[in-house]
Ligand binder design. Structure first.
Ligand SMILES: Nc1nc2c(ncn2[C@@H]2O[C@H](COP(=O)(O)OP(=O)(O)OP(=O)(O)O)[C@@H](O)[C@H]2O)c(=O)[nH]1
Ligand SMILES: [Mg+2]
Length: 367
């Protein structure tokens, strides 16, 4: 009996001691560790994060670096002329065949037969006076003649400034898949980078995904998009966009339109209506026709018909990154009497550049 009692007392004491030891250890673990002198802070270098201006908003590339990068890209991709010139200059003797080959190179770069022949004639004449074996001279003559053909005196400003407190309105037109929506998105970024306020109008109500595509472009730089239902009248969407632009006092409204075949009379008439309806609210300050540089002659035919319907004021030549046919610039300007104002040099968000004659000629000469 006494033994039993003693046994149980020992058991209870042991349990109590165990519980006490457990509690002491647990409490020690909960306490913050004492900092030893000379120990590094727990998370070295971690400073409070900078508050982000607007989370998720992209800052477009600055103009300077964008242009330098795109110029390099032009020089890399548009080198048919550069190669032709190199072949010409590396010949031991420039005979008729060499000249014919060079002329063929010019024509294949979409410069057009007339300008190509003129260029070869001038080059032959000048070089025969100065002597053939001077590559520097030949390059200079070619550069000078190309600059003249491209015409440095055309006004290439994209007119985005409205009058009487109303926004500038840019209408973007062209056949399917030439790069209209992409161009509107890229242009919005350029304008935002310049500190302008922008509103987008999704007047492509033909394709369900079109308004979505444009809205996504806008959201990335914090620009709103006015859209209508699928199948809605594109003219009414364009009208609403410009109307809202006027009310909100934005600087520029960019209106994207549906791609259309230039041969379809009804669709072309619709485009004319879009422009007329917009102009009840504010003048269209710029009509940009988007042409795919890789389509050559076909692009020219399209351009002519669009120009008849909407009074094109500027050309955007896209996909020059994938084309060695920079000569199309000369032809399209001659055909329409309208300057190339912007060039697309890739699918990237900041791959749009203002057209600059000297830079372009240097580019197509591979310089
Ligand atoms: N390589 C290259 N691709 C481009 C350029 N511009 C546009 N694209 C591509 O061309 C394709 C068509 O572009 P979109 O902007 O959708 O053309 P769209 O004219 O709006 O087409 P629709 O609305 O269907 O008429 C896309 O894959 C673009 O990424 C460019 O300068 N270079
Ligand atoms: Mg589109």
């Amino acid at each position: 009996m006494t033994d039993d009692l003693i046994f149980w007392i020992i058991v209870v004491l042991l349990l109590a001691a165990g519980l006490a030891a457990y509690l002491v250890v647990k409490r020690a673990q909960e306490l913050p560790p004492a900092e030893e002198p000379g120990q590094l802070p727990q998370q070295p270098g971690k400073v409070p994060a900078e508050p982000e201006a607007e989370p998720g908003l992209e800052v477009p590339e600055a103009a300077g670096s964008r242009l330098a990068r795109l110029r390099r890209r032009l020089a890399n991709s548009n080198n048919a002329l550069a190669r032709g010139l190199a072949d010409l200059l590396s010949s031991d003797r420039i005979d008729q065949d060499t000249w014919d080959d060079f002329e063929a190179t010019l024509i294949s770069s979409d410069l057009g037969v007339g300008p190509s022949t003129e260029l070869v004639t001038t080059l032959r004449r000048e070089l025969s006076i100065e002597g053939v074996a001077d590559p520097v001279k030949a390059r200079d003559v070619l550069r000078r003649e190309l600059v003249t053909l491209v015409n440095p005196n055309l006004d290439r400003t994209v007119n985005t400034t409205g009058a009487d407190g109303r926004p500038g309105v840019v209408l973007v037109v062209g056949v399917n898949g030439t790069g209209k929506t992409t161009t509107v998105g890229k242009l919005a970024r350029v304008l935002v980078a310049e500190g302008r306020t922008v509103l987008l109008g999704a007047a492509d109500t033909f394709r369900a995904a079109a308004a979505e595509q444009l809205t996504t472009w806008g959201e990335r730089v914090g620009v709103e998009t006015v859209r209508g239902d699928e199948g809605a009248d594109p003219a009414s969407v364009a009208f609403n966009a410009v109307d809202r632009g006027v009310q909100e006092g934005v600087d520029v409204v960019l209106v994207d339109t549906a791609g259309r075949l230039h041969t379809k009379t009804g669709l072309m008439d619709e485009l004319g209506k879009v422009k007329r309806v917009i102009e009840r609210k504010a003048p269209v300050t710029e009509v940009l026709l988007v042409l795919d540089a890789t389509t050559g002659q076909n692009g020219l035919t399209q351009a002519r018909i669009f120009a008849e319907v909407v009074d094109v004021t500027g050309i955007v030549l896209t996909k020059l990154d994938g084309s060695a046919k920079g000569g199309i610039v000369v032809q399209v300007q001659r055909e329409l009497g309208v300057p190339v104002k912007l060039i697309g040099l890739g699918e990237g968000v900041d791959d749009l550049a203002p057209f600059d004659t000297d830079g372009f000629v240097a580019g197509i000469l591979g310089e």
